[in-house]
Ligand binder design. Structure first.
Ligand SMILES: *[C@@H]1O[C@H](CO)[C@@H](O)[C@H](O)[C@H]1NC(C)=O
Ligand SMILES: *[C@@H]1O[C@H](CO)[C@@H](O)[C@H](O)[C@H]1NC(C)=O
Ligand SMILES: *[C@@H]1O[C@H](CO)[C@@H](O)[C@H](O)[C@H]1NC(C)=O
Ligand SMILES: [Zn+2]
Length: 892
């Protein structure tokens, strides 16, 4: 109940997230520093006649050229900036040495420099710096930079720490104050540098203006406030107020120029390398042959001409009868095949069979294990990371200026989708607590449970636990993941039990005490099943539905946050689908900010043990046959039909770290799978994929929405999980094990497969936060987004998604540009409709590269996307040996 209760109370009371609160404090702190700083400047200029050197010594990094604009943030900020991205310069050179020397490559900065900085400046000089390191010519044109005008000393600091380079100077941090050479003298000193580059380079980079706004981990909103406070405080130094902010706003964001990073690899890969690349090509082509893609892309189907906000669907659950089609389907070896009619012999939508799939999977596994391929991919990945660091050094400043000049948008009002969150854990614990208390107060006499032959009301349940509503607090609720759950999935499941009392859980979150170990993913349908059978149908469902509605309205209130909730279908009965659909429809669970995913717990062995199923085929039948039925004849399950319009994906969940046997090329068919062991992950993957593939083809041919395959993969367990998803999945949740396989990681990069990562959740279960590969994946250019996974166990504030972003931003020193890019990725990865996506991230979002970006909506500068696109194309060209072809549009 100590600090975190205070935090909660604070969040609840103020009605704001931590973020906002801390932003406020940070902002205030900054202002104070600013004032302090201003005073000291005044003091000094009083004492002495303007002696630049003295004045400048008293101000950290005060020369504009040396990134002096940090000044506004004060020393503390500058130091935090220095911690960003632990890439040291020596390392940089070492890598260039290794990776490029070997390939006889050269690293050049081909800078096309902005001729004018946005801040009104005079260009001081431009000098070309050549550094010879390992035979590479590194040209860095010096940058246009501001002259030393007092007004600039307090140029508004950017709310981000732009540069990887900053961290390169850990060793020299603190030496800034001593730095009293003139800029020219300094530059000249480096021009003569040769070989022994390290210390000089440190200072050289300090000179790049890209660091100007080096500044700690503040959150974006601080930016605007600081700009404002700057202009309000006005004449701090006895000079005219600096019209910086206004200037920035007048500037067209699109006009930012981009310092291109031109790293030319060896034109001709050696024969061995070419061989490796051909192997990678083959893997990419295999993926192309498996993954379901819509034949007609959403943007071809529906051209959005009206740029205004799409109107909310007034009656999302209305059913208009649609005719039955003649299609005939039947399960053959675990995969449902569709025929034009009952007599037809020709499969309408052929899909790769299991043997082919497992053969291809083995091929991929062989490729990713080969030593030379691993080495090369590792090199490429490290190089990608370094390129991003260089990009930040050169362009971070420009990126931030572009962001500032995009009117209205900041991190808070760009759209972000929580791409991975489980519905049963979608509220935070305080919310759950309040809900329980309010139910106890308002509806104590509802009969809520049938236990040991008696019906108990809510009040009686609490009495039997010897609890009153007043006793309840978050600690007692005890659903939070803490240290004891680290690496212990079984304990984690226990945590899912409010008050350690399964009775409460049964009521509010519904627990199966029937099935050990299922509680983590136990969901609605289970509750429905238990209670429908016992004649309670509506009550329990009503509680969960009410809670869900409250969560929906929180989302709607935040406006810029969306979520994709995952609810379970277990595959124990065919009626599960109808129960789920009627729960959704009858409770009117609809929100413009929400779409649904279905998650399938991989629990064959449990059901088998309980005698619910006889073979794996039963599960497949229970899951997929109702879907085919409703697709062929919507009238057969009208509620399911309307519910499926809001289902965008199918997920597979369970603890991946359970041991499993490696799949072989010839696996028993699902009907033959009658033993008590759970099939391997890839076995589940194949059968879900194949059934979903034919289902989607059928749905597409009938003009219905499709359901993408988006499993949990690579959270733990073997690497073949990730290989199986590489072949079949649209995007995946987690993927942290990609850090163990450079080849797969590189393939995921090339194919730009989406990863919905949840570093906080991983913190409590499998991987410490600071070891999470998220920042590495992000800088390498993988398609990553941040998601919450289980707010009930993990997050403390009312806006779990923002909490996730905020912690990532401060731990990994992500800039506001980074955050907005991640948010933009999350919209791409999500299953929201074409109309909504165009509204959220830009009319032409489906175009590749910077053309698809609209900074007015995403707040991501063109420069960033140009960089990502350029680097990705280079990489593809390399892998395709110069013969890559690029589609103009993204893959749907
Ligand atoms: C700073 O300048 C003064 C005089 O110009 C010089 O004596 C001193 O050594 C310089 N300090 C450094 C660190 O270069
Ligand atoms: C990222 O992944 C999503 C699917 O998960 C995809 O739609 C999107 O195009 C990808 N982004 C890029 C830049 O390819
Ligand atoms: C390059 O691609 C074209 C068509 O895409 C193909 O005809 C040609 O053979 C390829 N060239 C090489 C060297 O692979
Ligand atoms: Zn999850």
């Amino acid at each position: 109940m100590d600090t975190y209760a205070v935090h909660l109370a604070m969040a609840a009371l103020v009605g704001a997230s931590f973020v906002a609160v801390s932003a406020y404090y940070m902002h205030r702190k900054t202002l104070n520093q600013l004032l302090e700083f201003a005073k000291s400047v005044e003091r000094e200029s009083d004492e002495t006649t303007p002696r630049t050197t003295t004045t400048r010594r008293s101000i950290p990094r005060s020369t504009p050229r040396s990134g002096g604009a940090t000044a506004a943030g004060g020393r503390g900020m500058a130091i935090t900036a220095a911690l960003r991205r632990p890439v040291t310069l020596p390392l940089l050179f070492k890598i260039i040495g290794n990776a490029l020397e070997k390939q006889q490559a050269c690293l050049k900065y081909n800078g096309e420099i902005a001729n004018q900085d946005v801040v009104d400046v005079e260009v001081v000089d431009s000098t070309i710096v050549i550094l010879a390191a390992s035979g590479c010519h590194w040209k860095s044109p010096s940058h246009a930079s501001s002259t030393k005008r007092a007004g600039h000393l307090i140029r508004p600091t950017s709310p981000k720490s732009p540069v990887a380079s900053a961290s390169a100077f850990e060793s020299v941090e603190g030496s800034d104050d001593e730095d009293n050479m003139t800029d020219n003298a300094k530059l000249n000193a480096y021009i003569h540098t040769n070989g022994n580059v390290v210390p000089e380079c440190n200072s050289l980079f300090k000179d790049l203006p890209s660091q100007n706004n080096a500044n700690g981990e503040q959150i974006p909103i601080a930016a605007s406030s600081m700009i404002r406070s700057h202009s309000v405080s006005g004449d701090l130094h006895g000079v005219q107020p600096d019209p910086v902010a206004a200037d920035i706003l007048r500037k067209e964001p699109e006009h930012e120029t981009f310092v291109r990073l031109n790293i030319t690899p060896n034109e001709m890969p050696s024969p061995e390398e070419a061989d490796v690349y051909r192997n990678l090509q083959a893997c990419l082509e295999l993926r192309q042959s498996y993954v379901f893609r819509e034949a007609i892309t959403p943007w071809e189907k529906e051209v959005i001409s009206d740029p205004s906000t799409p109107k909310p669907n007034p009656s999302p659950f209305d059913y208009t009868p649609e005719g039955k089609s003649d299609h005939y389907f039947k399960m053959e070896d675990g995969v449902a095949h569709v025929y034009a009619n009952e007599d037809s012999k020709e499969k309408l939508f052929p899909v790769a069979d299991a043997t082919t799939f497992f053969t291809d999977l083995h091929h991929i596994l062989k490729v990713i294990a080969a030593g030379n391929i691993r080495t090369l991919c590792h090199h490429r990945l490290v190089l990608l990371e370094q390129k991003f660091s260089l990009h930040l050094m050169l362009n971070a400043d420009r990126e931030f200026l572009a962001q500032k000049s995009a009117p209205h948008r900041d991190f808070y009002n760009v759209r972000k989708v929580d791409t991975h969150v489980h519905h049963s854990a979608c509220m935070n614990q305080k919310h759950l607590l309040r809900f329980i208390k309010s139910k106890l107060r308002k509806e104590p006499d509802e009969v809520v449970i049938f236990r040991d032959g008696t019906y108990l009301t809510l009040k009686e349940v609490f009495e039997s636990l010897d609890l009153t509503g007043y006793d309840l607090n978050v600690d007692l609720l005890d659903v939070h993941a803490d240290k004891s759950t680290f690496h212990r999935f079984d304990k984690f499941n226990l945590k899912y039990n409010p008050c350690g009392q399964s009775r409460l859980r049964e009521i509010f979150l519904k627990q199966e005490n029937l099935i050990q170990g299922m509680s983590l993913f136990s969901h609605l349908s289970e509750m429905l099943k238990l209670h429908v059978e016992k004649g309670f149908s509506f009550l329990f469902c009503r509680f969960l539905a009410e809670l869900t509605k409250q969560v929906f309205s929180d989302l709607a209130a935040s406006k810029y946050q969306m979520a994709e909730y995952r609810i379970s279908i277990y595959g124990r009965k065919m009626s599960e689908w109808d129960q789920m659909a009627s729960w959704i429809v009858n409770n009117d669970l609809y929100s413009e900010n929400v779409v649904w995913l279905i998650q399938l717990p991989r629990l064959y062995n449990v059901y088998k043990e309980m005698g619910i199923v006889t073979s794996f085929q039963n599960i497949l039948d229970n899951i997929f046959l109702p879907l085919f039925e409703v697709t062929v004849d919507p009238d057969s399950h009208p509620q399911l039909h309307v519910f499926l319009k809001q289902v965008v994906g199918l997920d597979l969940v369970d603890d991946e770290s359970k041991p499993e046997r490696r799949p072989t090329k010839h696996m028993p068919t699902p009907a033959q799978w009658t033993n008590i062991f759970n099939p391997a992950f890839s076995y589940y993957v194949y059968y879900c994929y194949a059934n979903l593939y034919t289902l989607n083809k059928l749905r597409e041919s009938k003009g219905m929405t499709t359901i993408k395959f988006r499993p949990h993969t690579g959270e733990a367990g073997d690497i073949d999980h990730l290989a199986a998803s590489f072949l079949t999945a649209h995007n995946i949740a987690h993927g942290i094990n990609l850090r163990k396989s450079p080849v797969l990681q590189y393939l995921y990069y090339l194919a730009q497969i989406g990863l919905a990562m949840s570093p906080l959740s991983n913190n409590s279960l499998f991987l410490d936060y600071h070891r999470n590969p998220f920042p590495m994946f992000f800088s390498r250019g993988l398609n990553v987004s941040l998601s919450t996974d289980d707010p009930l166990q993990i997050h403390l504030t009312k806006e779990p998604l923002v909490e996730e972003y905020s912690i990532a931003a401060s731990v990994w020193k992500l800039s506001s540009c980074d955050l907005c890019e991640i948010a933009r990725n999350s919209v791409y990865q999500s299953g929201f409709s074409h109309a909504l996506k165009s509204h959220w991230i830009g009319k032409e979002y489906y175009k590749r590269g910077p053309d698809g970006n609209d900074i007015h909506r995403t707040n991501v500068p063109r420069i960033r996307l140009e960089f990502r696109d350029l680097i990705w194309r280079e990489e593809m060209q390399l892998v395709y040996l110069g013969n890559a072809s690029f589609a103009e549009y993204m893959e749907p």
